[in-house]
Write a protein that binds this ligand. Structure first.
Ligand code: MG
Length: 159
């Protein structure tokens, strides 16, 4: 059995993952509207990943005899100035998520729940990959002119 404090913390993170999902879905729509089909596709995959994170957390709660509760999800931004700004926002958000996951690991340690710490390490490792992948895209976008951005748009279709 997990402690109430830990159940609550994981449930909050599950809802935070759903907010992230909505953020990336909103970005995907923005990018699609701007005519960047490849970036929109990449961002849609990002949305699907976040839904998967929330689902993994919900299933983990169920396995540990807790009940996942989907809360009211706050509104997300709807537009960005440029494709570069959207990806800069993604990078900023992923860094924030990494901090949230680190905090969650700390709570699991304080509650002496080894299984939950082990479960969370997967997310810790994934955040390192997420941040690196997004930062690489941001750095390329910053160097690229409009023509370069269109080349990247065509490449990101394959994610
Ligand atoms: Mg996530």
């Amino acid at each position: 059995m997990m402690t109430e404090r830990l159940k609550k913390a994981i449930n909050e993170q599950m809802n935070a993952e759903l907010w992230s999902a909505n953020l990336y879905l909103s970005m995907s729509f923005y990018l699609k509207k701007e005519g960047y089909d490849g970036f929109a596709h990449w961002m849609f995959k990002q949305y699907e990943e976040e839904v998967q994170h929330a689902t993994q957390m919900a299933h983990y709660l169920i396995k540990r005899e807790a009940t996942p509760k989907i809360d009211k999800i706050d509104v997300v931004p709807q537009s960005w100035g440029t494709v570069t700004e959207a990806f800069e926002d993604t990078y900023k958000h992923e860094r924030h998520v990494s901090q949230l996951i680190d905090l969650l690991v700390k709570i699991a340690a304080e509650e002496k729940d080894n299984a939950t710490q082990d479960f969370l390490w997967g997310f810790v490792r994934e955040q390192v990959e997420e941040e690196a992948t997004v930062l690489a895209i941001v750095e390329k976008l910053r160097k690229a002119g409009e023509a370069g951005i269109l080349v990247m748009d065509a490449q990101l279709h394959t994610r």
